[in-house]
Design a protein. Sequence first.
Lengths: 115, 115
Amino acid sequence: DGGITQSPKYLFRKEGQNVTLSCEQNLNHDAMYWYRQDPGQGLRLIYYSQIVNDFQKGDIAEGYSVSREKKESFPLTVTSAQKNPTAFYLCASSIEVSSYNSPLHFGNGTRLTVT
Amino acid sequence: GNSVTQMEGPVTLSEEAFLTINCTYTATGYPSLFWYVQYPGEGLQLLLKATKADDKGSNKGFEATYRKETTSFHLEKGSVQVSDSAVYFCALRVIGGTSYGKLTFGQGTILTVHP
């Protein structure tokens, strides 16, 4: 079955360490996204990528970095510059960015806790 | 800019009760509208969508009608079940300008259904 795989499901890090969250999709989608979810705040867009080797900042990109070297992979690095990194991180993909009818497919998320 | 406002939660209902979750939006262009559902510990799943005014999206007994005149997309279900307990997110998507394809989410509404 096609889908999006995020790993690990739970991740624990010490403050000051960088950490990379994995996101892999086998849906052959061009567009991929990273969202952050905090209680009572909905989802906020961190980065998105329309195509391989291209990515754009979302609304809250500070303290995060991404790469898109392969179509199926879009890893997110949470750097030590991110002031409040503890959150639930969701990866998503869609056929393309510029389509009204192209829904987002989400992974099951990674819960990151930084102490 | 674009924004989505959902009714405050949490919402607690008895099984077979009628459900309404209000959603209103502001958008700089002509949006597509979506409802996503998130079950505990999982990512988001698309529940239904509508792409133009007066369209009705429906799925699994849930319905929502795109009302351009009131900028609303309220979610309804005639008879809820315990298995409907989840967090529901209203979202919009505008193509063009600075909102290139990204989804803008409401803050989410927690629904709990008791037997």
